[in-house]
Design a protein. Structure first.
Ligand SMILES: NC(=O)c1ccc[n+]([C@@H]2O[C@H](COP(=O)([O-])OP(=O)(O)OC[C@H]3O[C@@H](n4cnc5c(N)ncnc54)[C@H](OP(=O)(O)O)[C@@H]3O)[C@@H](O)[C@H]2O)c1
Length: 277
């Protein structure tokens, strides 16, 4: 498995499992727990979630699925911006830890920017780190201006990752944000790496997949993982999707294939606002 190195020097897998839309209904809970268990069996070692997903339901699904195997997984969760005050962050983290049935979150992110001053959230994150409740902290949906503001805050440069929308069809961050993060060794976590499933229907990606015996979705993921310093976190519940996505981690795209992808999905020529869902 390819890996990406965090600023502190720890390597994490370049492929993880997303969990948005899990934990939202009791009817699908058993299927979702089975999906996360299968992911672990297949070798997934990074799971992304948030207190927002299913209003805690996704964290509960993960807590149940990971029980007994916690030490094998790098767990990422996120605090809501409206909870990201000094006290609110500490309380939100405690609730997430309970739902995840663990004593620590590996990477804890501010889900997006809200109205709480960044200095307060950073202060709370640093406090959680000292207490051993989180191992690293980072941000999500931060554009270049936000990152610069964060870097100006005391302790702000301890940020270990920025999670943003990044896929073959949403390449805006390549113009400025991605190079900025690379210069500082801050990994990018690519959410919606298959455009919420839409890239599975891409004819150009399917055509490239033929030579690899791979689907369009797998090529979309292989493309994201071919970008240095980028971690892809596709979400899947269907066993076939979980298998395919894990197998995509070993697909190497040639220079010619990458150039074909550039022709269909050109890199940005100018500053582009961050894509969001
Ligand atoms: N920080 C943020 O603001 C933010 C925002 C959005 C997402 N995220 C994170 O990023 C993760 C990924 O993003 P996402 O879930 O929005 O979109 P995504 O991973 O691009 O797409 C997920 C969808 O694609 C389907 N799929 C998965 N693998 C497939 C395959 N091999 N072939 C065809 N279809 C496939 C899934 O179906 P099945 O589930 O039915 O298998 C699901 O419907 C989220 O789950 C979440 O953890 C973060």
């Amino acid at each position: 498995m390819k890996s990406v190195t965090l600023p502190a020097g720890e390597a994490v897998p370049a492929l993880g499992l997303g969990t948005w839309k899990m934990g939202a209904s009791a009817r699908s809970r058993a299927q979702e727990i089975a999906a996360v268990r299968l992911a672990l069996d297949l070798g997934y070692r990074l799971i992304d979630t948030a207190e927002m997903y299913g209003e805690g339901g996704a964290e509960e699904v993960i807590g149940e699925a990971v029980a007994g195997r916690r030490d094998r997984v790098f767990l990422v969760s996120k605090v809501y911006p409206h909870n990201a005050s000094r006290k609110g962050t500490l309380a939100a983290c405690e609730s997430s830890l309970k739902r995840l049935r663990t004593d620590r979150i590996d990477l804890y992110l501010l889900h997006w920017r809200g109205t709480v001053p960044l200095a307060e959230t950073v202060d709370a994150f640093e406090q959680l780190k000292r207490a051993g409740k989180i191992r690293y902290w980072g941000v999500s949906n931060f554009d270049l201006d936000d990152m610069n503001e964060l870097w100006a805050v005391e302790g702000g440069a301890h940020c270990a990752a920025n999670q943003v929308y990044y896929s073959a069809s949403r390449r805006g961050i390549e113009f400025d944000l991605l190079p900025w993060q690379r210069e500082r060794g801050v990994p990018t976590m690519a959410y919606c790496p298959i455009d919420e499933g839409a890239l599975a229907g891409s004819a150009p990606l399917a055509a490239i997949g033929k030579a690899h015996g791979a689907t369009a979705a797998q090529i979309a993921l292989a493309w994201v993982m071919s970008q240095p310093g980028v971690i892809a976190i596709p979400k899947a519940v269907k066993p076939e999707h979980l298998r395919q996505n894990f197998a995509a981690a070993i697909i190497e795209l040639s220079a010619d294939e990458l150039a074909r992808i550039d022709r269909h999905f050109p890199p940005p020529r100018q500053r582009t606002p961050l894509a969001m869902v």
